[in-house]
Design a protein around this ligand. Sequence first.
Ligand SMILES: [Zn+2]
Ligand SMILES: [Zn+2]
Length: 161
Amino acid sequence: MNTEFTPLEGGCTCRFVRFRMTSRPLFVHCCHCRWCQRETGASFVLNALIESDRVDLLAGEVMVVDTPSNSGKGQAISRCPRCHVALWSNYSGSGDVVRFVRVGTLDDPDRLPPDIHIYTSSKQPWIVLPPGAVAVPGYYKASDLWPEESLKRRAALRASR
Ligand SMILES: [Zn+2]
Ligand SMILES: [Zn+2]
């Protein structure tokens, strides 16, 4: 499946940190929860979920900031130590093995539109989702919605833990 994939590169605003996603993400979340709204200062966050070992650091280093999360378990947000832009998060639920890469940090973020809109119960009312968009008021079960290939990759991750 990844043979046709052109790696996605991205980085922070000051360009100290550069990274590359070496395969397609597992799934892309557009999260409309209040926590993501506050953390971005905007209306939602776009997160591409991908195995941590499929994100190569090309330049720089990240500083990991422990940040509260809605679940109460916390998230570790990796930021540029210079300009402090957030590049990806790890949530305690999925641990270190899956990164939630902030799609807006990619050089070509247009390549990763959301696969699902989550927490639409707190979606800001002026945002109108496209017809046919997959949307749920809260969270969801990956086994219901992820493509077969992504579920296989998830099973491989779990087996390796
Ligand atoms: Zn930076
Ligand atoms: Zn959220």
